[in-house]
Design a protein around this ligand. Sequence first.
Ligand SMILES: [Zn+2]
Length: 251
Amino acid sequence: LIDTHAHLACDSFLKDWDEVVDRAIESGINGIVCIICESKEMEVYCRIAEKYNIVYGAVGIHPHDAKDYDKNWKMLEEGLRLPRMKAVGEIGLDYYYKNSSIEKQRIAFREQLEFAKLQNLPVVIHSREAIEDTLKILERFNPIQGVMHCFSGSQETMERFLDMGLFVSFAGPVTFPNAKNLDILAKLVPLDRLLVETDSPYLAPQPKRGKRNEPGFLHYIVEEIANKRKEDITEIIRITEANARKLFKIV
Ligand SMILES: [Zn+2]
């Protein structure tokens, strides 16, 4: 089982990331993609990656930080030199928080997509209340190797992302009882494009809701998806792990 999106190097795991990873391993996790969003996280990532060879990395300028885009570009180049780096991300658009201007967000997104393409790396995409603009920008890069992280949207938009070759990843919200829309999406996404993630420390799944999320909680998400699809959980684990290995080139 691979957690394709966890902020393991962020402040909320600073004191106990080793215990967190140990618990994850005990729960059956054999891969974690650690998302690096700040330059101070690079050093923490190195320590984690040195101790645990099941931890991989992705680095990107988050839409929240697009305002300091020029300053942050260095982090992107430096980040990719760290061990076991597998992707550029998370990148994208966030019109909900709008911590950076829309214009800056679009530029940062576009340039990082170009950068990832040059490096032949997949992208991890964050899109919140910005689906139409996300699609518009991505269309120029079609086909794209990447994943729509913590996806929520209409069935129609999901199909447009799938048409571009993207994977679709579900996180804790798929376990929330009021998430009727995710119910439909989790049933409809083709198995060969399905990924799972915790987005730790955010968005803990229903049984742990309100607590700090961690990769060891991923099984709640997988169980819920298997239930919704009326499929065997071992099959969902097998296929999502194979998909993660394929996208992030993890051997
Ligand atoms: Zn994230």
